[in-house]
Design a protein around this ligand. Sequence first.
Ligand SMILES: *[C@@H]1O[C@H](CO)[C@@H](O)[C@H](O)[C@H]1NC(C)=O
Ligand SMILES: *[C@@H]1O[C@H](CO)[C@@H](O)[C@H](O)[C@H]1NC(C)=O
Ligand SMILES: *[C@@H]1O[C@H](CO)[C@@H](O)[C@H](O)[C@H]1NC(C)=O
Length: 305
Amino acid sequence: MAGRWVLAAAAVLALLLAAGPAAGKKTKEKLCDQGWKCQGPSIYCCNDTIFDIFQVYQFENLFTKRNAPLAHAIGFWDYHSFITAAGVYVPLGFGTTGGKRMQLKEIAAFLGHVGSRTSCGYAVATGGPFAYGLCYNREMSPSQDYCVDSYLYPCSPGAQYYARGALPFYGNINYGVIGEGLKVDLLKHPEYLEQNATIAFQAAMWRWMNPMKKKQPSAHDVFVGNWKPTKNDTLSKRLPGFGTTMNILYGDLVCGQGYIDSMNNIISHYQYYLDLMGVGREFSGDNLDCAEQKVFNPSGNPATS
Ligand SMILES: *[C@@H]1O[C@H](CO)[C@@H](O)[C@H](O)[C@H]1NC(C)=O
Ligand SMILES: *[C@@H]1O[C@H](CO)[C@@H](O)[C@H](O)[C@H]1NC(C)=O
Ligand SMILES: *[C@@H]1O[C@H](CO)[C@@H](O)[C@H](O)[C@H]1NC(C)=O
């Protein structure tokens, strides 16, 4: 067994050597650094970053009612925390992939999810139903502490794992996994997500930038065109575009159920933001919904509520 492995490794080495210096047709991509705005070196720091194309007035425009009297997280969410959180993911391609239109579209898509999950808008609200994103930062009347037995992510005594954040998630396992991703002890301190908007945005961006399981794409990847569907994906109607981001983030809570309200509401937020950001909903892209998609991860453990 070991012998076989050594042989295989040697063969790989030989291939690498053969493909080595002489084969250098792939020119090395330029790497850049833009200090705090984009902590390179990264190819994604060479173009305009999210800081250049999405400014405070745009954020205010999207979330005009977040501090309205009926809101439930008054004074919590702001541009500064959004942009500070983004600093971690910008060098990895968040809002910095594919040129200006795609960059703006990705911000609209990410915030479309955030807006729809944290909205307290309703049909006849002033300003329209989509002006109320970032109105919540937590579940208001949790009926339980959402603690399940887990060896890897045991609950802390007294901690409550109800839904919190910008892309709210609940349960000790999700808090554990995402805390590990952020290197913040969310198992011990789940309350950070309702006390610190930078951490809340970071947790949401982590969800957007990472696959839920190995060998699956991230929402970022399916949206910006980094992902090639397999035959199985195509048969399951999972194709690049906004629709598949919902499949990844919510699974069968939202997808594969036909044209249900919860799905339509997320899409409407995305398109509303595209309009406000000057891109226009005519550029929403193909495969906008997931009404007929089979989900990557069938129910049981959706990471987002
Ligand atoms: C940088 O911008 C160019 C021109 O818009 C675009 O073609 C390229 O893909 C961008 N680079 C990255 C890393 O997205
Ligand atoms: C919020 O979290 C960020 C990132 O961990 C940290 O730098 C900042 O100091 C925190 N803010 C407050 C008010 O605790
Ligand atoms: C194809 O998808 C089905 C369900 O969607 C899954 O059970 C099966 O393992 C997948 N096959 C491959 C080769 O990935």
